[in-house]
Design a protein. Structure first.
Lengths: 220, 336
């Protein structure tokens, strides 16, 4: 589902964020991306999101070479990926429901369909009763779960998460990781960047370790 | 949980291309059009609600646009009124042909017949020297003085009304006057209303100035709307980033801002119309009392119902154009 062939990323300022990355993930697989801050975790996720383009090598998603994807195709490509950010990126000028619905509105779904799927998604993360609230009224963990609901509401093939448990206590972190595992169980490819080593060890999943922009360990 | 499992079996054949094609197929065209229309409805309503949310700021922008539209519109209406007024005077444009005092009455009759046959002339009235004297005596109050004269000093006059087409045709009028001047028995031919033709020229100039002013101010409206939209884009930067990350196309991102521009222009045009109407009513009051003094039934022609349509469409078009120019420049720069 995800394949990196000798991918490197050098920023214009000359900083080598990633080099010689070779890696493959099958559909439905779950993996953690670990490493110190600055090791290239975010850059790797950004390459998959096409927020950045690789400077070298090829990145294949679902068999499709992203280097050949035209700019105008990027939005349609992103609709097949779900992404959860550390700073959940929720919009505070609208309700929880509308935040989640945004991911469906962009692809022109009908309102009834949107309502049904948004509620199913909020139900999945246990926030169905909070749909009318503003995200500001929610706790940090709840906000993070709204972000996850938004990331999965359009049933993506790939789910990416950048430090999704960054500022949550261990119990909440475990609950959120369990959510990710559920998605992986139903065939979503899940890649989570985190530096929470304890949590990673408890989950017992594949771990990709980045060091200075290189893949230094790949343990199943 | 089950929902996702179902999903997986649906997608046993994973669409090979990661493109819009797959999305289209899944949604179906009917649903897609409905969704698109719905998105437009939402965007229209939402951008309207945003204008309401900041009434002072929105109203300031709308008023600036309204003023910029109202000025040329008012000038246009004023010029149209003057043109209409001068047109009604023009129907009373007359050529006076003074007859040589020394010619025989028989020649006078021949002259009248000849002039009557000219195609440029609609009506011919003959005022004999005696009739002219009578009229003058009654109207001027010099009756007794005039009675002291042995000879009637007034010539006979032919009062001609030219065809309406000729009145506005200065060259044709000059030819007519020359032609009349060469006829036997004619002492002089004069057009009473040469000043009116000059007025026509001035009004035509005024009309062009209204158009020029309109273009200049339209440019101003574009800049005002462009700047307002630019600020709106900046203030919704986070939202744009999120929308782009969840797969919103540039078109989707642009849409609410285009609606904002459309509303600004539309309301600006409508308020401009109200302004021109109110100004017209205020002036019309004076115009009517002035017209009464001149024993005229003239009254202002307002901008009218079509005027509302024209200004609203014009404003909306300017708003949309200004917004289009602004989003084209600024939205592409905001990339996650």
């Amino acid at each position: 589902m995800i394949r990196f062939d000798g991918v490197g990323k050098r920023y214009e300022e000359g900083f080598e964020a990633l080099s010689g990355i070779d890696l493959a993930m099958a559909a439905g697989e779950m993996a953690f991306l670990t490493g110190h801050s600055g090791a290239g975790k975010s850059t790797l996720l950004k390459l998959i999101m096409l927020m950045e383009r690789p400077s070298r090598g090829q990145l294949l998603i679902n068999g499709k070479n992203l280097n050949r994807l035209h700019r105008s195709q990027i939005p349609y490509y992103r609709r097949r990926i779900g992404v959860v950010f550390q700073h959940h990126q929720l919009l505070f000028d609208r309700t929880v429901f509308d935040n989640v619905a945004l991911a469906l509105q962009v692809s022109g779904h009908q309102p009834q369909e949107i309502g049904r799927r948004v509620r199913a998604s909020l139900d999945k993360v246990g926030l169905l009763d909070k749909e009318k609230l503003n995200p500001l009224q929610l706790s940090g963990g709840e906000q993070q779960r709204v972000g996850i609901a938004r990331a999965v509401v359009h049933k993506p093939k790939i789910l990416l998460a950048d430090e999704p448990t960054g500022n949550l206590d261990p119990d909440l972190s475990s609950a959120i990781m369990q959510l990710f595992r559920d998605f992986s169980d139903v065939g979503v490819t899940v890649l989570i960047a985190t530096h929470d080593i304890d949590l990673v060890e408890r989950m017992n999943e594949r771990v990709l370790h980045l060091k200075n922009g290189r893949l230094s360990a790949d343990e199943a | 949980m089950n929902r996702y499992r179902d999903k997986r079996s649906d997608d046993a054949i994973v669409p090979r291309e990661v493109s819009g094609g797959a999305v289209l197929r899944r949604l179906g065209w009917g649903n897609r059009v409905d969704g698109w229309l719905d998105s437009h409805r939402n965007n229209g309503r939402d951008s309207l609600a945003r204008l309401w949310a900041e009434p002072v700021q929105s109203m300031t922008t709308i008023l600036v646009i309204a003023i910029a539209i109202a000025l040329p519109a008012a000038l246009w209406v004023a010029v149209s009124n003057l043109q209409q007024l001068s047109g009604s005077w023009q129907n009373s444009a007359r050529v006076s042909v003074f007859i040589d005092k020394d010619i025989a009455p028989k020649l006078t009759q021949q002259l009248i017949d000849k002039v009557r046959l000219m195609p440029q002339i609609e009506t011919v009235d003959y005022i004999s020297p005696e009739a002219a004297l009578n009229e003058f005596q009654q109207a001027s109050g010099f009756g007794e003085v005039l009675a002291l004269l042995d000879v009637n000093p007034l010539p006979g006059v032919l009062v001609l009304s030219p065809t309406p087409e000729l009145v506005s045709d200065i060259a044709g009028m000059t030819v007519l006057l020359d032609e009349l001047g060469t006829l036997v028995g004619v002492a002089d031919a004069q057009l009473d209303m040469q000043w009116l033709q000059r007025l026509q020229q001035i009004l035509e100039m005024g009309r062009r100035m209204a158009v020029l002013l309109g273009f200049t101010l339209a440019l101003g409206v574009l800049l005002v709307i462009g700047n307002t939209i630019r600020l709106a884009i900046e203030s919704r930067r986070d939202e744009i980033l999120v929308v782009k990350l969840v797969g919103g196309t540039n078109g989707f991102v642009r849409r609410p801002f285009l609606y904002t521009g459309l509303w600004y222009g539309l309301f600006g045009g409508m308020i401009a119309w109200v302004g021109v109407v109110l100004g017209g009513i205020w002036i019309d009051h004076k115009v009517v009392s002035l017209a009464v003094l001149y024993q005229s039934s003239f009254s202002l022609i307002g901008i009218g119902g079509e005027g509302l349509l024209v200004l609203a469409i014009l404003g909306a078009a300017l708003g949309l154009l200004g917004a289009t120019l602004a989003v084209g420049r600024h939205i592409a720069r905001i990339e996650p």
